[in-house]
Design a protein around this ligand. Structure first.
Ligand code: ADP
Ligand code: MG
Length: 451
């Protein structure tokens, strides 16, 4: 089934086209990293606004990558008489940006986000509203949760609108399920676009218009600053990988250990009780004055430090079986900075900063891998997938490979580890669509538990 998938659970606005066997025709991600870096963390209100602004341009970009330049001239068309600029949003004369919703113009035509809904008949109100779907899209998939509610709502409402306009089935997807099934994505070279929001001071709409339509948002190169793998590197682990397996999903918002017996049979074994590991990386980096996001920079410095220089705790290592807790570790880092004589002194030292990063990272990795090893053993599993933004961590990848040599271990490429819509499209291949009568009533669920 050819699926157009949408993901907006946190701070990536993403759309993808995915076909049978999880073959990814396009995978477009707009990172809001620049917007949130000022605040050293994701600001939910800003995330929602960015999603609204970029959602439809990203959908169009995903269609363009998948089907070439036909998108503008085909079903996803701009109205010609009233020029809608930049497919996604049209600055009104007052400078206000209207987007995401359908906005009826005085003439009765529904203009929205690059979708032109004009019907040819005389009686426009009665004529069946028809938007051609020339790409053979057969269903719309969307992340329903868990995540930030304002962010999720943008994706869900966009997906509902597209499903309604194209008269297609709608498939709600659990975000963690997407990460767990990303291992089956076949991602041919050149199908990913990682884009970044323009610098502050340059309004997105202005920026948008000055850049050639084919690349409306600035590419940022490898999504993972540590440059593990090119985001366009092809991947095809499908043939060699199979059920059952253990999944470790670790990101800024999640840490979950899940037993996966089939796409429709998953069991949550444990999760974080407080901060997720990515959140801990970001907070520790903030305490160390290292900027945002913290993961890549701490990872880089840790590689040059002594992981035994600072004695840091391994929270919950021997209790709560498979649950995690990382907030105490962050507090221990704060205390270590104080004990050293403050941040200024620590940063003056040539090695202390690197040593503290290495000690922190070793503690995180130790807890993650010990719990994972325990779960593999008790659940009698020999396959492991590690996904989510923290799975980009070089230290974790190396240590997991060293400790888990008898396990079939897969880290998806970084472009599929960070939040993306390709994994949502892949998961949707296995899920039932909503009955048509329920599609328009679909809600977003911030705290949705793994079904
Ligand atoms: P979410 O948007 O749900 O937080 P992402 O999958 O986008 O999840 O992951 C972002 C998180 O991953 C951030 O907290 C970031 O610090 C972390 N991260 C990214 N790269 C690395 C890395 N190399 N090491 C550790 N953490 C990383
Ligand atoms: Mg993110």
């Amino acid at each position: 089934m050819r699926i157009l998938a949408i993901e907006t659970s946190c701070d990536e606005t993403a759309a993808a086209v995915v076909e049978d066997d999880c073959r990814v025709l396009s995978n477009v991600i707009v990172s809001q990293m620049r917007v949130h870096s000022v605040y050293s963390g994701v600001v939910p209100e800003l995330a929602s606004r960015c999603h609204i602004e970029y959602m439809l341009p990203v959908v169009r970009e995903a269609l363009e990558v998948a089907f070439g330049g036909e998108v503008r001239s085909a079903g996803f068309s701009l109205s010609s008489h009233e020029k809608v600029r930049s497919a996604g949003f049209s600055p009104s004369p007052g400078g206000e940006v209207r987007s995401a919703g359908l906005s009826p113009s005085p003439g009765g035509e529904i203009r929205s986000a690059g979708l032109s809904l004009s019907s040819p008949g005389e009686n426009r109100a009665k004529a069946s509203t028809r938007i051609e779907n020339r790409y053979g899209i057969e269903a719309i998939a969307v992340t329903r949760g868990p995540g930030l509610i304002g962010s999720l709502l943008v994706g869900v409402e966009t997906a509902k609108t597209l499903a309604w306009t194209w008269n297609l089935p709608l498939i709600p997807v659990h975000h963690t399920m997407g990460h767990l099934l990303s291992v089956f994505c076949e991602l041919p070279e050149g199908q990913s676009r990682i884009l970044e929001i323009p610098p502050e001071g340059q309004p997105a709409s202005a920026q948008w218009e000055t850049i050639p339509a084919a690349s409306p948002i600035r590419p940022i190169g490898p999504i993972c600053p540590i440059g593990l793998t090119s985001p366009t590197a092809p991947t095809r682990p499908t043939a060699a990988f199979d059920y059952p397996y253990l999944g470790l999903v670790i990101s800024g918002g999640h840490s979950s250990l899940v037993r996966v017996d089939s796409p429709l049979r998953m069991r949550l074994l444990g999760s974080t009780l407080d901060d997720a590991p990515g959140e801990a990386y970001d907070k520790v980096a903030k305490c160390l004055g290292l900027g945002y996001p913290g993961g890549p920079v701490v990872d880089r410095l840790a590689a040059e430090g002594d992981s035994e220089a600072f004695a840091l705790p391994r929270p919950l290592l021997h209790t709560r079986e498979y649950d995690f807790s990382f907030s105490g570790l962050k507090t221990a880092v704060v205390r270590a900075i104080q004990d050293f004589g403050g941040l200024a002194r620590l940063r003056e030292s040539e090695t202390a900063l690197k040593d503290l990063c290495a000690s922190f990272q070793a503690a995180v990795i130790d807890v993650l891998l010990k719990k994972t090893e325990r779960a593999l053993k008790r659940e009698r599993l020999r396959r492991l997938v590690v996904a989510g933004g923290v799975a980009c961590n070089r230290g974790l990848r190396a240590e997991a490979a060293r400790r888990l040599q008898s396990v079939h271990l897969v880290f998806p490429p970084p472009v599929l580890c960070t939040d993306n819509a390709a994994m949502i499209g892949a998961a949707a291949q296995y899920l039932p669509p909503l009955p048509r009568s329920e599609a328009l009533a679909l809600d977003a669920r911030a705290g949705w538990e793994l079904p």
